[in-house]
Structure formats: C-alpha cells, structure tokens
Design a protein around this ligand. Structure first.
Ligand code: NAD
Ligand code: TDX
Length: 338
C-alpha cells in the first residue's frame, strides 16, 4: 500500500488516524478529503501537510472529485460523516446526505477502481443495552452479530451506510471491511461532544452539563487505540467482515464527569443537570473477542484516568483549536435547554 485516501481526516477520529499512520507508516502517502464542515479543522492536521500528506477540501458526494482521487490511491479509510446525535435530532438532512449518499458515492467509485475500502462505523447502530445487572454485574455486550436497532437519525444513517457497504461487497465485489467502534476520547475532539464540552466548560468558567440523571453508560476507548485497530483491519482483515472495536471502558456519564471535576481541581458537585436527550440510549458495550482473537489487536491506552489527564492537558495547551467555536456551541445548547 503506497497511497491512501482518508475521508473526514480533518475531524476528530480521522485526524488522530492520520497522525498515527503518518508516524507508523513512513512510506505511505496520505490524501485527506474533507468538506470542512463546522467539525473539520485544518489545524488538526496542519503540522503534517507537505510531501506525504495532502489536504483536498471537498465533498464525498462530489462524484467527479471522488473518482479522480479514487483513481490515485490503493485504499480508502472512510471516516467522513455528520457525527453528533444532538444535531441529528434538530436537523437530520445533512446526516442523510453525508452519511448515506456520501458513502454510496464512495463505494460506487471504489468498485469502479477496485480499491480496498474500510468503512468506519459506530456501536450506536446496535441501539441500546440495558444497564448491567446491579447484583450479578452481568450485562450483554454488542457483537458483530447483534441486530441493527438504531435510535437516533445519526445512528440510523450510520446503520444505513453499513448496510450499503455489506451489500456492495456481496453484489458488486467491493473489497471492503467494516468496523464499529465505541465512544472515542482524546485530542482534537470538537467541543460539542461530552468530554471536551465539560473540560472546556471548566476552562471557560462555565459549569459542566449532565443530561438527565447521568446513569447512561458509554464504553470509552482512547482514539489512538482505535487508530491502531483500523490499521490492523486494513492490513489483515478479511474482506466482507465486520469487526467491533472497544477497550472494556464502560463508565457512567456521572462517573466520567466526577473524574474530570477531580482532575481539574473542582468540587465533585460543581455541575448542572440539564434536559435529557430525546431517545437517549442507556448503555453501549463492546465484546472485543473477535478482533482480539482473529487479528491479535489489543488496546494499549487502557488507563482511563491517565488518558483523561492527557486529554485535559491537550485542551489547556491548545485553546486556539477550540476557543473560537466554544461560545456558539454553548449558545446552541442553551437554546435547547442543554
Ligand atoms: P467529526 O464530526 O469530528 O469529524 C467528521 C469529519 O468529516 C469532519 O472533518 C467533517 O468536515 C467531515 N465531513 C463531514 N461531512 C463530509 C462530507 N460530506 N464530505 C467530506 N467530509 C465531510 O466526527 P468523528 O467523531 O471524528 O467521527 C468520524 C467517524 O468515526 C464517523 O464516521 C463516526 O461515525 C465514526 N465514529 C466516531 C466515534 C466517536 O466516538 N467520535 C465512535 C465510533 C465511530
Ligand atoms: O453535554 C453533554 N452532557 C451529557 O450528559 C453531552 C454533549 C453529552 N452528554 C451525554 C450523552 C451521552 O450519553 O454523554 C454521553 C456521550 O455523549 P456524546 O459525546 O454526544 O456521544 P454519543 O452520543 O455517545 O456518541 C458518540 O459516540 C459514538 C459520538 O458522538 C458518535 O459520533 C459515535 O458514533
């Protein structure tokens, strides 16, 4: 593999992946295709742009542009998407366009040029799990055979895109793999999302905001572990397979917030309870046995407290990456009672 196309490479997970492969694969040339929506930020990759990394500003729905770039690469890793549940509840249309139509455009082109394709997806396609049994501690987890039960328009459009990819593999010979990952955290995440929102609230003198009673559980993984897992699927994954990625990082939102408050020297009750998200999924949890046994991948950054401390430091040291957007993001949340 000499040249790779990374869609959405100026967003959070995509930018971390580009940094990862830039360091790990010194012979690889990387083309980033990113529309630079509100969530894309050139600063996320500006330190890498040059001989080996090129940024093309454009839309994954643009057929001629996609075909031109596809003809130049050996593989595609497809991150580009509208990614925020709360936004999808307010206006689902951009989600339908980018997540469904955009994926359709890319896979049509990948078939045309017989290009290896890796589709990035989320555990949210499987819907919600009940909380773990409080006495036995036992609770089911998602596997690659779990039924699709998306709750939000965001999750439904990601589920649709997964199904398009699966059927293109079978019907048109698309050389594709799919991965569904749990909640990522780390540097470069947009300030609308839970962890960066609370960190930057505290840094801005604003009280953190918890939806509802905060019992909802997310399965946190450091985005650097996600990057390594993607690379291993791209290299060793079996065409047509779906791999679930996670790091056994289940925590309630309330516990995550308490840890952020402690690490930032705040009283643990210094937050506001705000309006809950409609249709808010209760719990996500990933069974990682398939990718571990078939590809030998294992997460490395599993100390959540250390990862969170480093993430807080990143937001402290890189205010230029988030400061300009913070006020507008919080104004929108205020309008929604969140
Ligand atoms: P993000 O919103 O931070 O970044 C998305 C990027 O895609 C942005 O740079 C944006 O400009 C770009 N983009 C959006 N529409 C585009 C279009 N039509 N054409 C070209 N570029 C476009 O999102 P993220 O959190 O980095 O998520 C990236 C991918 O990873 C998504 O597919 C998401 O479903 C998946 N994922 C994310 C997480 C997570 O916890 N963040 C977990 C599992 C899977
Ligand atoms: O201010 C907040 N307060 C709060 O309690 C925000 C923004 C969120 N929350 C809650 C909602 C969720 O239970 O925190 C949890 C995490 O919220 P988000 O960061 O919005 O993530 P989530 O909805 O779980 O989805 C994320 O993980 C899966 C990503 O945004 C998706 O792109 C990915 O697919």
């Amino acid at each position: 593999m000499k040249r790779i196309l990374v869609t959405g490479g100026a967003g959070f997970v995509g930018a971390n992946f580009v940094h990862y492969i830039f360091e790990a694969q010194k012979d690889l040339h990387i083309i980033i295709l990113d529309k630079m929506t509100y969530a894309g930020n050139k600063k996320n990759v500006s330190d890498l742009l040059g001989d080996r990394v090129q940024l093309v500003i454009g839309d994954i729905c643009d057929v001629p542009l996609v075909n031109k770039l596809m003809s130049r690469v050996d593989a595609v890793v497809h991150f580009a998407a509208e990614s925020h549940n709360d936004n999808s509840l307010e206006d689902p249309l951009p989600f339908v366009e980018s997540n469904i139509w955009g994926t359709y455009t890319l896979i049509q082109s990948a078939v045309k040029y017989n290009t290896r394709f890796h589709h990035i997806s989320t555990d949210e396609v499987f819907g919600e799990l009940p909380l773990r049994n409080p006495i036995s501690g036992v609770g089911d987890k998602f596997t690659s055979n779990s039924p699709y039960r998306p709750s939000s328009p965001y999750a439904a459009t990601k589920a649709s895109s997964d199904l398009l990819v699966r059927s293109w593999v079978r019907s048109f010979g698309l050389q594709a793999t799919i991965s569904n990952c749990s909640n990522n955290y780390g540097p470069y995440q947009y300030v609308e999302k839970f962890i960066p929102r609370q960190i930057t609230n505290i840094l801005s003198g604003v009280r953190p905001k918890l939806y509802g009673d905060g019992r909802n559980v997310r399965d946190w993984i450091h985005t650097w572990d996600h990057s390594a897992a993607i690379w291993s699927i791209l290299k060793y994954g079996k065409i047509g397979e779906t791999y679930l990625i996670g790091a056994d990082g289940e925590m309630s939102n309330r516990d995550v917030l308490t840890l952020i408050l402690k690490l930032m020297g705040q009283p643990v009750d210094a937050f506001d309870v705000v309006a809950n998200r409609p249709g808010h999924d209760m719990r996500y949890a990933i069974d990682v046995s398939k990718i571990q046994s078939e590809l030998g991948w294992k997460p490395q950054y599993t100390n959540f407290e250390n990862g969170l401390r480093n993430t807080i430091e990143w937001y402290q040291e890189n205010a230029d990456c988030w400061h300009a957007d913070k006020y507008a993001v919080e104004s929108r949340y205020r309008q929604r009672g969140q």
